[in-house]
Design a protein around this ligand. Sequence first.
Ligand code: GLU
Length: 303
Amino acid sequence: MKPALLCHGPYTGRFAPSPTGPLHAGSLVAALASWLDARAHGGCWLVRMEDVDPPRCVPGADHEILRQLDALGLVPDAPPQWQSRRGALYAAALERLIEAGSSYPCACTRQQIAAAAAALGRPPARHEELVYPGSCRPERGGLRGQTPRAWRLRLPDDATVHWADRRLGTQSQDVAAVVGDFVLKRGDGLWAYQLAVVVDDADQGVSHVVRGADLADNTPRQVLLQRALGLPTPSYLHTPLVMAASGEKLSKQHGATPLEVSDPLAALRAAAAVLELHVDAAQRPDWLAAATWAWAARWTNGA
Ligand code: GLU
């Protein structure tokens, strides 16, 4: 079913959690901000479970997240979607890219990519993502008889993307220098987040993306993919992150505990504080209405 049946106005937003665990204080910030932005625009708010990477997903976390959202009063305007059921859409998009010459198969292992980067004088720093040097590009010899592992997006000659984030302001990234031709379908056969998110945002008519700032540096890749597929680019707002004591983004790996929703207002207030919203109301429905006004006053000026 197409949620667009219910969401046909000019604004569609979404919260797109990966069900790797229940909601925590950090993921609630993105959920609340995307809900508030949709409400402030009189728009539609969707929830999409990003379960394209089954080994990382925790069984039952999807339903737990929906239960937590419901307890907080953040209820989607259309039935939630699961990416694991949408593979045919991703396959069709990849097919279009291949036909257009915008995607090619790659046989490289991580070690080969690291060796190729080192040979070019660009050894990856520890923990840094490997910049793919394009070794399997067709004009560089292609697969050379090796078995294809992944499919990559062929970046355009000028892969510098400029984009305007509603909170962070003007941003730019040279995707060729930072990531290179990136993966659309992984060697293990799983769809890459970048392809799934771009296809789904377009298919669901998402006009406004509101999500955590840790995803801001993925945006230029998504913009290039939108352009390659002839899809519109939504507006973006990346929210502040909640930090763990270690100084890392709060996540399950960095100390996040499941969000306690038996006191929904306390959880909502904590998330609003991260968003620097000052909201004064004692009952959840009033609080959500007041928070929507506070958000609108701050973020919807002509957005
Ligand atoms: N599934 C991603 C995450 O939980 C979010 C994707 C997005 O909002 O674009 O980190």
